[in-house]
Design a protein around this ligand. Structure first.
Ligand code: GLU
Length: 296
């Protein structure tokens, strides 16, 4: 087994991020597997190297270790380009507003791309491309999907089917960029990852990713979507909830208390990760979110 953690470096890791990282590490190490680290910094506007360094330092501080170097998605252009070259794609000129409006049509499914640009002729494309270029914008590149749903297995949730649309592989707009669904599949395969443990907020993307594995001739990893951490209003924990990042928590509490709180959120008593690993039983991980109050 090869597991991984793949944070986006757009701020310090909070209790929820750390809990997911610890779970991914526990699942991998429990079976004696390897663990890889990847920085998902494809979104240049929201990522920073400083943030990546702080996140990696925080992970080391709580005792998460990994094998080999850290893979930065910002260095992976050639691999993404090669993968896109093997897929059936088309340019999409739609703005966010175009898609919202098209989604209100009687047969459209909200949240799914309605296929507006899928069957445009070359003449129409030349015109649309010109219009975008005049606004200094780039078209997006979408997958021409041959299915509308795809099945996959999740260790905690069983056999699932999720919607697949002509999802974006290359983001358009003012700055073109690789899309998450493309990069995550290409890189997990490249890093030899066969077990993806991550937050269940990403369940909605998984069918698309499983379909991409299939199209690229790759084996789908085992998926383990773990529940998120919520604040005491039942909303997904976020930095605005106050003292939730590791660095903030360490102002008032020793590291052993923070690690004990992480272990406690999983139903264990341990103040370091090796003791937690010794007790960890993957069969005990449920699907109920954990409500975070404070570390004392
Ligand atoms: N980079 C994503 C995040 O930080 C995680 C992606 C994944 O685990 O597949 O939410």
């Amino acid at each position: 087994m090869v597991g991984r953690y793949a944070p986006s470096p757009s701020g310090d890791l909070h209790f929820g991020n750390l809990r997911t990282a610890v779970l991914a590490w526990l699942f991998a190490r429990h079976g004696g597997g390897a663990f890889r680290m990847r920085v998902e910094d494809i979104d240049e506007q929201r990522s920073s190297v400083e943030s990546a360094h702080r996140q990696l330092e925080d992970l080391r501080t709580i005792g998460v270790d990994w094998d080999g170097g850290v893979l930065y998605q910002s260095t992976r252009d050639a691999a993404y380009r090669e993968a896109v070259g093997r897929l059936d794609t088309y340019e999409c000129y739609c703005s966010r507003r175009d898609i919202q409006e098209a989604s209100r049509a009687p047969h459209a499914v909200p949240g799914l791309y309605p296929g507006t640009c899928r069957d445009l002729g070359e003449g129409e494309r030349v015109v649309k491309r010109g219009e975008l270029a005049a606004q200094k914008r780039y078209p997006a590149l979408r997958l021409r999907a041959q299915v509308s749903a795809y099945e996959f297995d999740d260790r905690l949730r069983g056999h699932l089917s999720g919607e697949v649309d002509d999802f974006i592989l290359v983001r358009g707009g003012r700055e073109p960029g690789w899309a998450y669904n493309l990069a995550v599949v290409v890189d997990d395969a490249f890093q030899g990852v066969d077990q993806v443990v991550r937050g269940d907020d990403l369940l909605g993307s998984t069918a698309r990713q499983a379909y991409l594995y299939h199209l690229l001739g790759l084996t789908t990893p085992e998926y383990v979507h773990v529940p998120l951490v919520l604040n005491d209003h039942g909303q997904r924990l976020a930095k605005r909830d106050g003292a939730v990042t590791l660095r903030q928590m360490l102002v008032d509490a020793p590291l052993t208390h923070v690690v004990a709180a992480l272990a406690g959120s999983l139903g264990y008593r341990a103040d370091n990760l090796s003791d937690l690993l010794a007790d960890f039983d993957p069969g005990r991980v449920g699907t109920k979110p954990f409500v975070f109050t404070a570390v004392s």
